[in-house]
Design a protein around this ligand. Structure first.
Ligand code: ADP
Length: 446
């Protein structure tokens, strides 16, 4: 097992990884920008090292600085968390070239799945159903027209290098196709430095359902159930739950078995999530995330498992300590992503936190690096806390979530707690009756 792990991240996820290390008797190194000198992930780590100025490109995305920090502190392994360098195949390769273990999938798998077109093609090859669409890159309008011929309108034009809900354009009809194609390519180039786009049928009322898998280096692969992440704003997740209120047991096992078989076929290792759209009883693969996800705690709560611990064990070469038949799903869990934003306009609200009181009690977990007197810097993502609640069933979970949201005090900055308070009492949400478009209708966005 490793003696010392460098956590190449910040905020709640750096803290989350530190906690798993501590419980395994592993020492931790925190990295930080000059904006994060006083951050909680720095305070709690065994050692810390400054890797650059506030902009992420100069610090948390700086591969040279990250590797230098690992060399100086004599770490054995690097955990990338999510975001930043976590899905950068070149970083993973360099980590390994420098003799450190990368706590995640192989660089080749990160590369394969990082390009959404090759991910889609791979999914087809290994028998995963995908959203009907183009075979590969759509280079021009003529190719777009050919792709649309077989699937029909409406269609969604997506960036191959896309992420974070960006670079997607809908075309409702042939008339809209040329502009949508141009806009999607322009946006893809501007955001991702790669203008490659492809086309998918635009599904009208899908749910976003994803399957968590774990794979060791000895051929063992398991799935840890699904998460329903249909509550989204601008194609970004706001609240997640497990299990999905929309699936029955047979569907759950069907999609889990498909994900496991596919991971085995491609020789996947460590942690991964296959994302699907689910509509009218059918699953359609959209992408695979080759990293730990923000919403992993809801799975941990219903499986009583520590996913970060498993990632570390797998990276150290240990076999999974359990098989699929040992995994029991128990109760229901919901996670609210709490952002430092105005709950109506969603304008970021960084600044100094005044009074801070996190909820507690049975079944309540708060993953956050906040403390009273902490200043939320303006340079990074606005998510400041994740409130995760577990109950023996969905109703108990909802009642507990309401009381936990009511207890949560974060003074001094605006947060999206009031938005969540509203959502979790809404009749549609209480009935589990929502799709990926539901939240946008609620908040009247765009
Ligand atoms: P990103 O990598 O940017 O997160 P995804 O491909 O994972 O993009 O899709 C994000 C969200 O966009 C999905 O959860 C869904 O809400 C919406 N979406 C993606 N593809 C489609 C589609 N073909 N039809 C309808 N909605 C889609």
């Amino acid at each position: 097992m490793f003696d010392k792990i460098l956590v190449a991240n910040r905020g709640e996820i750096a803290l989350r990884i530190h906690r798993a290390c501590r419980e395994m008797g592993i020492r931790t190194v925190a990295v930080h920008s000059t904006a994060d000198v006083n951050a909680m992930h720095v305070r709690l780590a065994d050692e810390s090292i400054c890797i650059g100025p506030p902009p992420a490109t100069d610090s948390y995305l700086n591969i040279q600085a990250m590797l230098t920090a690992a060399i100086i502190t004599n770490a054995d392994a690097i955990h990338p968390g999510y975001g930043f360098l976590s899905e950068n195949a070149d970083f993973a390769a360099k980590v390994e070239e420098h003799g450190f273990a990368f706590i995640g999938p192989s660089p080749d798998h990160i590369r394969l799945m990082g390009d959404k077109i090759t991910a889609r093609q791979t999914a087809v090859e290994v028998g995963i159903p995908v959203v009907p669409g183009s075979d590969g890159v759509v280079a021009d309008l003529d190719e777009a027209k050919v792709a649309v011929e077989s699937i029909g309108f409406p269609v969604l034009i997506k960036a191959s290098a896309g992420g974070g809900g960006r670079g997607m354009k809908v075309a409702q009809s042939a008339k809209e196709l040329p502009d949508a194609l141009d806009d999607a390519k322009r946006e893809a180039l501007a955001y991702f430095g790669n203008a490659d786009v492809y086309i998918e049928k635009f599904l009208a009322h899908p749910r976003h359902i994803e399957v968590q898998i774990l794979a060791d280096n000895h051929g063992n692969v398991v799935y840890l159930g699904e998460r329903d992440c249909s509550l989204q704003r601008r194609h970004q997740k706001v609240l997640e739950e497990a299990p999905s209120p929309a699936l029955n047991q047979a569907e759950r096992h069907e999609i889990g078995a498909i994900a496991v078989a596919a991971a085995k076929k491609i020789g996947y290792r460590n942690v991964g999530t296959m994302e699907f759209l689910y509509e009218n009883g059918k699953f359609y693969f959209i992408e695979m995330n080759t990293r730990l996800q923000v919403e992993h705690p809801v799975t941990e709560m219903i499986c009583s498992l520590d996913i970060v611990r498993e990632m570390i064990r797998i990276a150290a070469g240990a076999p999974l300590g359990f098989q699929q038949k040992d995994i029991r799903f128990s109760g229901h869990a919901i996670e609210c992503r709490i952002n430092a934003e105005n709950p109506v306009t969603f304008m970021p609200s960084p600044g100094r936190v005044g009074d801070y009181h996190a909820p507690g009690g049975l079944g309540v977990r708060v993953d956050s690096a906040l403390y009273s007197g902490y200043t939320v810097p303006p340079h990074y993502d606005s998510m400041i806390s994740k409130l995760i609640v577990h109950g023996t069933n969905r109703n108990e979970c909802l009642m507990r979530l309401r009381r936990a949201l009511d207890e949560y005090v974060i003074d001094g900055i605006e947060t999206t707690i009031p938005l969540h308070q509203r959502l979790v009492t809404d009749t549609d949400f209480v009935n589990g009756d929502y799709d990926v478009n539901w939240l946008e209708k609620q908040v009247g966005d765009e």
